[in-house]
Design a protein. Sequence first.
Length: 134
Amino acid sequence: MMKAIIQTDQAPQAIGTYSQAVKVGHTVYLSGQIPLVPSTMVLVEGDIAAQITQVFENLQAVAVAAGGSFTDVVKLNVFLTDLSHFPIVNEIMGKYFQEPYPARAAIGVAALPKGAAVEMDAIMQLPDQEYPAS
């Protein structure tokens, strides 16, 4: 199977040795996104809700660049430096996802890159009809 690297200026550029996403067949693996504003590469200003929203916006930009959308996401991982913020994740996630929701994990971590309070990554399965076998 062919592997394609996904890159878009609509999401933050990689800050390390990784790609924004990698597409293998109909599956897209989206790298972790923190709440960086793509145009400035600085953490979004505001509270935890602003950070969570920016992460969803960044992930959505990469999903679109890969030819998909959040309806194609089958697995979402959420990393939080404070698990008490998880209800806010649920509230904001409801604005980006509809049922049936993807599988999900929520993991409490000690720290995240650049002092972010939240990071998320995802796995997306694209419909067969849009991407014929190569």
